[in-house]
Ligand binder design. Structure first.
Ligand code: PDD
Length: 297
């Protein structure tokens, strides 16, 4: 927590210490809500439309009626970024069904709670990106609605912590012998110059995943969205993970065993470069727009 931090809460920007939520908020009692983590590039949300789409889909899936329009949510994200003077960072957006006396049934006439936090973040250390990281495999103990980005993250948190305790950077989750995704990342492997990743079927439709697939395909690389077994994954030439905060990251060890050459592979590096190209372009564009805006003010 930073003393000067300002938080968006239900339509208002307030000092962090004044952002108060009920002890019976359904997010607290039931993990009854959804969230997004959006990257900030040059003071503007990166890939905002994708995040807003997923947010709206999630609210629909949980039957939470949004008391805000898409434009209002979008404006609030920008307002939170500006209130905290963020150039490069992340915005955490969380929506819950709202506060009501604890009972399982959806409460009537309750206003959902919308919270946003914007913090500076300039990406992973160059050394980590260069060397790649180790991962550990763990059982995927989540429910059957993993397309929804719910705040019910305990299975993810448990898996992540187990992997972390073993000295790994991320947990790769296994369901029925198949690699689904990471605790907070999408998972890819490469075999014979071809890229594989789990289809959007009870995994999170990762936004970084979507753009990595599209930009690799645009370079003529074959990408197949198909179930890959843990054995196939382990035997891959390359493994990489993707996500809003860590972007694209090479995996060089899995359960202590080296992956491929033990260094981030060729297609991993290509995916990283393509991501950086898009991010840098978005950042430069946003900075230009901001400067023009300031000149005409
Ligand atoms: N996590 N899979 C899971 C289970 C995730 O939680 C995330 C994101 C991803 C990657 O999705 P995207 O590319 O849209 O960030 C995949 C966020 C960053 C988090 O929980 O902090």
């Amino acid at each position: 927590m930073q003393s000067g931090e300002r938080v968006y809460l239900n339509g208002e920007i307030v000092p962090y210490a004044e952002a108060k939520i009920s002890v019976e908020d359904r997010g607290f009692n039931f993990a009854d809500g959804i969230y997004e983590v959006v990257r900030v590039a040059g003071g503007a949300p990166f890939r905002a439309a994708d995040h807003l789409d997923r947010f709206e889909n999630g609210a629909r899936a949980l039957e939470i009626e949004l008391p805000f329009t898409r434009e209002q949510v979008s404006d609030a994200i920008l307002e939170t970024i500006r209130a905290n003077d963020i150039d490069e960072g992340t915005v955490y957006v969380q929506l819950t069904r709202g506060a009501a006396r604890r009972a399982h049934a959806f409460p009537e006439g309750v206003r959902p709670t919308l919270v946003m936090l914007a913090r500076p973040y300039s990406g992973l250390a160059a050394a980590v990106r260069e060397s790649g990281v180790g991962v550990a495999t763990l059982p995927d103990l989540r429910w059957g609605y993993c397309e929804v980005k719910t705040i019910g993250l305990l299975p993810n948190v448990m898996a992540y912590q187990r992997s972390h305790d073993e000295g790994s950077y991320e947990a790769i989750m296994i369901r029925d012998g198949v690699v689904t995704e990471g605790s907070h990342t999408s998972a890819f492997c490469v075999r014979r110059e071809k890229v594989f990743t789990h289809p959007i079927d009870n995994i999170l439709p990762g936004i970084t995943r979507k753009h990595v697939i599209a930009s690799l395909r645009a370079q003529g690389i074959e990408v197949e969205e198909t179930a890959v077994t843990m054995e196939e994954f382990r035997a891959a030439d390359e493994i990489f993970i993707t996500g809003t905060t860590l972007t694209v990251l090479g995996v060089v060890r899995i359960d202590g065993e080296p992956v491929g050459s033990g260094k981030p592979g060729k297609l991993t590096q290509l995916a990283m470069q393509l991501y950086d190209r898009d991010y840098d372009a978005a950042r430069a564009e946003a900075q230009k727009r901001r400067q023009l805006g300031q000149v005409s003010d």
